[in-house]
Ligand binder design. Structure first.
Ligand code: CO
Length: 150
């Protein structure tokens, strides 16, 4: 009887582990070579909010090598990037009030960091999302995919 109790206890702990392990935050680095250090992000479905911290590890200022982290549906990426370019530096290269933008950090220069919280309850598990930098010309290289996983 004592052994059975022990086995039950271990099984209970094992089943609880994935929930406890759900990491609802990530750091993504961007550098002076116009690169993000991650090509894909999986958001655990257990997370209600997912914090993305963008860190510009380079030295160049944001008017030369600006980086932000912008989340949209994959199908909206190109149009949001194009409208962002027209919006200009003063607006952080994003059209103001753009409802296609799910989340976005500030436009950073070297040495700067910003965190944005993604509302996971607004993401669909079946949808394809993309993140990118909206600084002119950067989204061709600085982009990745994001999905709700688990
Ligand atoms: Co950039």
């Amino acid at each position: 009887m004592r052994v059975i109790k022990y086995v039950f206890c271990v099984a209970l702990l094992a089943s609880a582990a994935p929930v406890l392990a759900a990491e609802c935050a990530i750091e993504i680095d961007a550098n002076d070579q116009m690169q993000f250090d991650k090509k894909a992000i999986d958001v655990p479905k257990e997370c209600k909010s997912f914090a993305v911290t963008l860190k510009h590890t380079g030295k160049l200022p944001n008017n030369v090598m600006g980086h932000n982290w912008v989340l949209t549906k994959t199908s909206d990426l190109q149009a949001v990037a194009a409208d962002g370019m027209s919006a200009g530096m003063a607006n952080g290269y994003l059209k103001s009030g753009d409802s296609r933008v799910i989340a976005a950090t500030k436009l950073l220069g070297g040495g700067q960091t910003d965190t944005v919280n993604v509302d996971v309850t607004k993401l669909s598990p079946g949808e394809s999302y993309a993140y990118f930098c909206s600084f002119p010309g950067h989204s061709a290289i600085m982009k990745g995919s994001l999905k709700v996983a688990g």
